[in-house]
Design a protein around this ligand. Structure first.
Ligand code: ATP
Ligand code: MG
Length: 728
């Protein structure tokens, strides 16, 4: 009705209205952060329904996250005044899963197919690799899986992979392995995440009848965050939208300045090609930002202006209330102060009348959340982790904690069972059963039973050797614990047990993050006097009731914050090597750096009223303090829109000056403790050339304690024990 019409269109500006009322034909809304792109999509959805252009199930709406899908469903329901059901509204993967269930038989699956997780994928792949007799040291399974996933991101079935694509990886067997992997998945009536898109796209490509059916069904297609679509998603959209003899009713909204997923195969070029791909396309630009104050926008705009590869857009504040507060840039002495200051500031903002629900702490990398979680728990500030697992609940952290628990309390059977076969030591369920039986009959803990079975040679052979190595690692660690304290001891244990090596050998995309988390865990240990104190603290943090109160501050990565908004946004860790990330700096070149800068732009533009950026002069890496440089992005923020504030605690600064000489001292030599197994190991200088038995030649990029970081050609940065390196 016209009454409704007034209420939902009247609240839009003329450009937004144009974007909504241009219902037919292809439309690209290209606009900066907070200009109402998502709002346009949602309102367009409602408009199509309210003007009887389509039924709810005839609109295909793609969001980037499940959270965004839920929000859009709610917004549409609100606009319609009734709950919206039966909608084709969700993420690419969710929508494809639904389609694939309907047509599973076309690719040889049944509609009850299972979706494998990464562990399953790897297990399967390893079995398949064996007959190819490739050098698995050089080409480990996770790396091969990575190649397969990238092919899937590009819509390449094994048949579509060309010879030239296949040549270099896994001695040229990668395509054959991919083929075997796909065949095996079908036999198992299973598919992996990437297959959801790939299979459906392949069905649409090869079955004109199915394609026509969906083209008839979806009268309108709406896509949010278009700048982050990858090739297969793009192909899928085109297959659905390009209808013979009819206009492509596809509306995509996006912002090239917020393209932050190129590492997952996203092609910002999709946005640039829109007019060519969809003939007759109209382009609407929105320039008024309704989210942020003028100062926040000014800071964000000044920053992103440093990127070269941009389409260029105007962005001005649509909020007429006032200029608002300037963006605060706070320099603190160290990372502990940073966490404390952020918490204190959040509490102050709460006293000033801001709800915690309207505040967020946005970090560059997942491992950074731990320090904040702990300070929040200590101060009793309710929080939630968005789009991630709480630090101490992550798999690698639970593993490492299990190692610590066994050390602390040998009778901790649960913990022992967890570490016994992590990393793999050939102890299958049957072996563990035997141990349990022995423990029961002798009324001793599992660790004790293990020792007995080893001594009695019941546990022998290769498995026996590996389990013996674990027990020896525990024993030597106990000595070190007594002599050198818990931090060194735990480093030793994670190393000697082979646990760290397990992740170092893992080339999956998650592995570096897991290693960073483990580093962070060891770092946290240093805050406590004993291992027992630390474990008790962890138990308390893990107990912390997540449901205390409704309003909670959000803690998440910048990637996870895309599309969201908060009154108050805290942006910690703006230091070289954290943000921009060390990996980006190591890779060199401008494109990685520009992506980091876009991520910074996403961060600042999440804020409605207050944005506060933090950088620390020192950060703890493992148990050592390391000086850090303020992020280059801080220099790029225009002075007119920010206030710089240094922590004025002189005593702390004095402390810093003396300690930093010690921690970051000029010759960067790996200060080593004596390693019982390593013998006479060399020290390394920054920039020195070395050879590793597995990764080949590399260059030392940092050295701390008895570890070094080495950059290897084609492998990346590895964190290693210096004892395995040979000087060149
Ligand atoms: P992002 O690029 O971060 O995804 P966006 O372009 O999708 O941002 P929205 O989230 O749709 O922007 O809108 C930002 C904020 O501005 C929201 O709170 C929205 O309700 C509000 N808004 C959008 N358009 C208007 C308008 N015409 N009048 C008032 N508020 C508006
Ligand atoms: Mg949006």
């Amino acid at each position: 009705s016209s009454g409704q019409g007034e209420s939902y269109l009247a609240r839009l500006n003329p450009e937004q209205r144009a974007a909504i009322e241009t219902t037919d034909g292809p439309l690209l809304v290209l606009a900066g952060a907070g200009t109402g792109k998502t709002r346009v999509l949602t309102t367009r959805f409602a408009h199509i329904l309210l003007t009887d252009r389509a039924k709810p199930w005839q609109i295909l709406a793609v969001t980037f996250t499940n959270k965004a899908a839920k929000e859009m469903r709610e917004r549409v329901s609100l606009l319609l005044g009734s709950p919206a059901e039966g909608l084709w509204l969700g993420t690419f993967h969710a929508l494809c899963a639904r389609m694939l269930r309907r047509h599973a038989d076309y690719v040889g699956l049944t509609s009850s197919f299972t979706i494998l997780d990464t562990d399953d994928q790897l297990r399967l792949l390893k079995q398949l690799i064996a007959p190819f007799q490739i050098d698995t040291k050089r080409w480990p399974a996770p790396g091969i899986l990575g190649v397969i996933q990238r092919w899937k991101d590009r819509g390449l079935t094994p048949e579509r992979v060309t010879d030239s694509e296949d040549s270099d990886f896994a001695d040229g067997h990668c395509r054959a392995i991919y083929k075997a992997y796909q065949e095996r998945l079908i036999q198992l009536n299973a598919c992996d995440f990437g297959d959801l898109m790939l299979h459906v796209t392949e069905i649409l490509r090869t079955r004109p009848d199915v394609q026509a059916q969906y083209q008839r069904l979806f009268r309108y297609i709406l896509v949010d965050e278009y700048q982050d679509t990858n090739t297969v998603q793009y192909l899928w959209l085109r297959l659905l939208a390009l209808r013979p003899g009819e206009p492509a009713n596809i509306c995509c909204v996006g912002d090239d300045d917020q393209s932050i997923y190129s590492w997952r195969g996203a092609q910002v070029g999709n946005i640039l090609r829109f007019e060519k791909d969809f003939p007759g396309a109209e382009i609407v630009r929105l320039e008024r930002n309704y989210r942020s104050t003028r100062h926040i926008l000014g800071a964000a705009a000044g920053l992103i202006a440093h990127n070269d590869e941009r389409l260029g857009k105007t962005l001005r504040s649509g909020r007429e209330d006032s200029d608002g507060e300037k963006v605060l840039v706070v320099g603190v002495s160290d990372s502990d102060h940073e966490a404390r200051d952020v918490c204190a500031m959040a509490e102050k903002m709460q006293r000033d009348g801001h709800s915690l629900a309207e505040m967020a702490i946005l970090v560059r990398a997942g491992f950074q959340t731990r320090a904040f979680e702990e300070k929040l728990v200590q101060s009793g500030v309710p929080y939630r982790i968005v789009g991630g697992v709480r630090f101490y609940e992550r798999a690698e952290i639970r593993d490492a904690l299990a190692y610590m628990r066994v050390l602390n309390q040998p009778a901790d059977d649960l913990a022992f069972e967890r570490i016994l076969n992590t990393p793999k030591r050939g102890m299958g369920p049957a072996g563990v059963q035997k141990l349990h039986a022995a423990a029961r009959s002798r009324q001793v803990p599992l660790t004790e039973a293990t020792r007995i079975l080893l001594a009695e040679k019941v546990l022998k052979g290769k498995v026996g050797d590996q389990v013996q190595a674990l027990m020896t690692a525990l024993d030597t660690t106990r000595d070190i614990l007594a002599r050198e304290g818990h931090v060194v001891a735990i480093e030793h244990l994670l190393e000697e047990s082979g646990y760290l090596a397990m992740w170092q050998a893992d080339t999956s995309p998650e592995a570096p993050g897991r290693l960073e988390n483990l580093k962070e865990l060891v770092r946290a240990l240093a805050d406590f006097g004993t291992l027992g104190e630390f474990l008790e603290h962890v138990a308390l943090v893990m107990e912390h009731d997540e449901n205390a109160g409704d309003a909670r501050i959000s803690l998440m990565t910048l990637h996870g914050a895309k599309g969201l908004e908060f009154d108050v946004v805290f942006l910690p860790g703006w230091e070289e090597g954290v943000f921009p990330s060390q990996r980006t700096l190591d890779e060199g070149g401008n494109s990685g750096l520009e992506e980091e800068r876009r991520l910074a732009y996403v961060g600042i533009t999440r804020a409605r009223k207050h944005a506060m950026i933090f950088h620390a002069a020192r950060r703890r890496i493992y148990a050592n303090w390391q000086d850090s440089m303020p992020s280059r992005f801080l220099d790029e923020l225009p002075d007119d829109h920010i206030i710089r504030q240094e922590e004025r605690d002189a005593s702390l600064r004095g402390l810093r000056a003396t300690e930093s000489v010690f921690a970051g001292g000029a010759p960067l030599v790996a200060r080593r403790r004596r390693d019982p197994l390593a013998g006479n190991t060399p020290t390394f200088q920054l920039g020195e050339h070395v050879r590793h038995p597995r990764f080949g030649e590399g260059i030392i990029v940092s050295a701390d304690h008895h570890h070094v970081d080495v950059a290897f050609e084609g492998v990346g940065i590895k964190h290693l024990l210096s004892s395995f390196l040979e000087k060149l």
